[in-house]
Write a protein that binds this ligand. Structure first.
Ligand SMILES: Nc1ncnc2c1ncn2[C@@H]1O[C@H](COP(=O)(O)OP(=O)(O)OP(=O)(O)O)[C@@H](O)[C@H]1O
Length: 249
């Protein structure tokens, strides 16, 4: 069964630069926490975060700039090892972080589909079988045979999303990429994410777009300066946050 279990997760980034820290501001600054001295100076990006997700969960990650959302996604994807705590993941994971990441700029959209399929471990026959469906979903038309570097950000996002969801990930991690798609593609992408999670998958989406999160997610995890502030149902979270505060977060 697909699941994510995160227990007391902490992650610190080492920073080598000498820093002159300003007097403490009473307001919460953006970013995690800069701690330690001299050579042990580090930024605490995640601090004691625990939560679990099961099949069918669509989690919205929220929090101010630098609160740790991208770092959490990268730990779940296995790019970073936790400094402390444990992450246990059951299921095939795919991620959409930086839209351009992993694409060959000189290769056509079609060739990039083949390459991504191979990287994901699919047989060339299976890639061929999925090709038309991926192209159709992306709505890129004849652009599919032009080099990837000639695509706009929104077109690149369409291709990235179409590929990632066509190779049937059980767990899909996404970082704000969806903003690059136009409203009609966002709606189409939202429906596909729902279908994916209905087939017993899990989706985690970090975003500042609260309208999108309210429509897409069933749970919200809010980070504040590296710590978990709230983990609850979407309705409960939007009930707690005043509409004005939700709009500006
Ligand atoms: N490679 C790095 N080296 C040092 N510090 C880093 C590094 N990457 C991120 N950080 C720090 O970790 C903290 C969390 O950053 P992260 O990118 O996870 O935040 P975020 O919630 O995704 O922010 P945003 O909403 O702006 O995308 C920030 O204080 C950031 O400065």
């Amino acid at each position: 069964m697909v699941s994510i279990r995160v227990e007391s997760l902490s992650l610190a980034y080492r920073v080598r630069q000498k820093l002159t820290l300003a007097a403490r501001d009473r307001r919460l600054p953006a970013g995690g926490r800069i701690e330690g001295h001299g050579r042990s100076r580090h930024v605490t990006a995640l601090d004691g975060v625990s939560f679990s997700l099961d099949a069918g969960d669509r989690l919205g990650l929220v929090g101010a700039n630098g609160s740790g959302k991208t770092t959490l996604l990268k730990v779940l994807y296995g790019i970073y090892e936790p400094t402390n705590g444990t992450v246990a993941i059951d299921g095939r994971v795919d991620a959409l972080f930086n839209i351009n990441l992993g694409f060959r700029p000189e290769a056509t959209g079609r060739r990039n589909i083949e390459l991504r399929g191979l990287i994901n471990g699919w047989h060339p026959d299976e890639i061929r079988a999925r090709m038309d469906n991926i192209i159709e979903f992306s709505e890129l038309g004849d652009f599919i045979d032009l080099p990837f570097k000639s695509y706009s950000q929104g077109m690149a996002a369409r291709l990235a999303f179409s590929i990632a969801t066509s190779f049937e990930p059980e767990i899909l991690l996404m970082d704000e990429w969806i903003g690059a798609g136009d409203p009609s593609f966002q709606e189409k992408a939202r429906r596909r994410m729902n279908e994916m999670t209905e087939k017993a998958g899990i989706m985690v989406l970090a975003s500042h777009n609260h309208a999108l999160l309210e429509k897409t997610c069933n749970k919200i995890l809010e980070l504040q300066q590296a710590r978990l502030k709230v983990f609850c149902g979407t309705e409960e979270w939007f009930g707690k946050v005043s509409p004005a505060a939700a709009a500006v977060q």
